[in-house]
Design a protein around this ligand. Structure first.
Ligand SMILES: *Cc1c(COP(=O)(O)O)cnc(C)c1O
Length: 417
């Protein structure tokens, strides 16, 4: 039996034993592709098109403005937040869907700082996703905060040295480039011991790893609706604020949807009680209701199972590439326990590798400066897909198919997918 045949047998038995395998049928996936970009834009759940059609033709078309009440549009941000809460390990009344992750970061940076008056530092990871850093550079001066950068590995020492000066520590549970999974529980406990507040960005973990927010006494969390949650392009973001902070909270974007009595049209702002005060203005209703329809794929899904499968997929992919003759230069941690659903490789012609893979029907993406990023969304990626992708990668590397493609220019809008 050839190496490939042996791997095919292995993939078949892994797929047969996979408790999540039946869920793939709930997604719309092009037949001729292996889609490893669900960490960027989650695949389309089949529930979404019909629901959007209904929202447009019936609710908007026929019910018109009455749909805000009749079809419960007004309360959708809280309702969809409640649907996401179990995926975060959050009890009721602490998650709302509103705005984008960038905007929710802004709210949380400043709301956190206001809960810790007298502390002058706010901490972020120098490797954090750029928007997390850009928004912080705009927000910090508004609260007279100085920004300190530290990687998650450096946080314990920083807290020992300057913990009493720190208002908020903002970190991502999963590094968007390397896929490294950080110890949310352990770091949150240290942040808390220092009297600071934790803010976790869950963009690359929500829907794969359960962050157990309540259990770990996390203070704030944000994350995208369009990555593993499959809410669709530009789907609104979720924001979590622990209930113990609600009474004293002052988030800075005081819009009418976050008002205690929005239709009183009062002259002054009075925050709504509870998590609703994180709302700002009219939500993008089509996107919000698409996200709600998408979340039905998570019914009865255990996040222990998604994380286990995701790790197994990344492990199998790396093993298959090695067995087929191309051991991978991983940017991700070698220990699968320190990974979520993403595997990143370093290659000097990473951009060309991503292009060459796309020509072979394997869709990943490129991240500066030399990273090939592959996301193994556990609800719809099969072990058979991981094998096809590994085989394609081996061929791309062996035949140096990336050479001509790497010079195409790195404008992401030119990426052939
Ligand atoms: C994808 C991502 C974002 C995106 O923010 P938007 O406001 O939705 O564009 C922010 N932070 C992280 C860590 C991400 O991975």
């Amino acid at each position: 039996m050839s190496k490939f045949q042996a791997l095919r047998e292995q993939a078949r038995s892994l797929d047969q034993a996979d408790p999540l395998a039946p869920i793939r049928a709930q997604f719309e996936l092009p037949a001729d592709q292996v889609y490893l970009c669900g960490n960027s834009l989650g695949a389309l759940p089949r529930t979404v098109p019909d629901r959007i059609h209904q929202v447009v033709t019936e609710e908007w078309g026929q019910h018109q403005v009455s749909a805000w009440n009749r079809d419960h549009w007004w309360t959708a941000p809280e309702r969809v937040g409640e649907a996401i809460a179990p995926l975060l390990g959050a009890g009721p009344g602490q998650v709302v869907v509103s705005d984008s992750t960038s905007i929710n970061l802004f709210k949380c940076y400043l709301a956190g700082a206001r809960l810790r008056p007298g502390r002058t530092l706010i901490v972020t990871d120098p490797g954090a996703f750029p928007t997390d850093q850009y928004v912080l550079s705009g927000a910090a001066p508004l609260a007279q905060l100085s920004i300190v950068t530290a990687t998650p590995a450096e946080i314990p020492q920083l807290l020992r040295d300057r913990g009493s000066e720190i208002a908020v520590v903002s970190l991502s549970q999963v590094d968007y480039r390397t896929g490294e999974l950080w110890d949310l529980g352990g770091l949150t406990a240290l942040i808390r011991q220092a009297g600071a507040l934790s803010l976790w960005d869950l963009c690359h973990s929500a829907g794969v790893v359960e962050p157990d927010l309540d259990h770990h006494l996390v203070d704030f969390a944000v994350g995208c609706g369009y990555k593993y949650l499959s809410g669709g392009p530009g789907a609104p973001s979720f924001v979590y604020v622990a209930e113990r902070h609600h009474a004293a909270l002052e988030q800075p974007l005081t819009g009418w949807h976050g008002h205690a009595r929005p239709f009183a049209m009062a002259g002054d702002y009075q925050a709504a009680p509870g998590i609703s005060q994180l709302r700002v203005g009219s939500p993008p209703m089509l996107s919000l209701l698409a996200l709600e329809a998408a979340l039905t794929v998570f019914h009865d899904v255990s996040l222990a199972a998604t994380h286990t499968k995701a790790r197994a997929l990344t492990e199998f992919f790396a093993q298959a590439a090695a067995d087929l003759g191309q051991p991978l230069n991983l940017a991700s941690p070698h220990d699968p326990a320190r990974r979520a659903a993403q595997l990143s490789l370093r290659h000097p012609a990473a951009f060309g590798v991503v292009q060459a893979l796309a020509r072979r029907g394997v869709i990943g993406d490129f991240r500066e400066p030399n990273i090939v990023r592959l996301g193994f969304a556990p609800l719809y990626t099969r072990f058979a897909d991981a094998l096809l992708a590994a085989n394609a990668l081996v061929q791309v590397l062996e035949a140096a198919e990336f050479t001509a493609l790497d010079s195409l220019g790195r404008d992401p809008t030119s990426i052939v997918t």
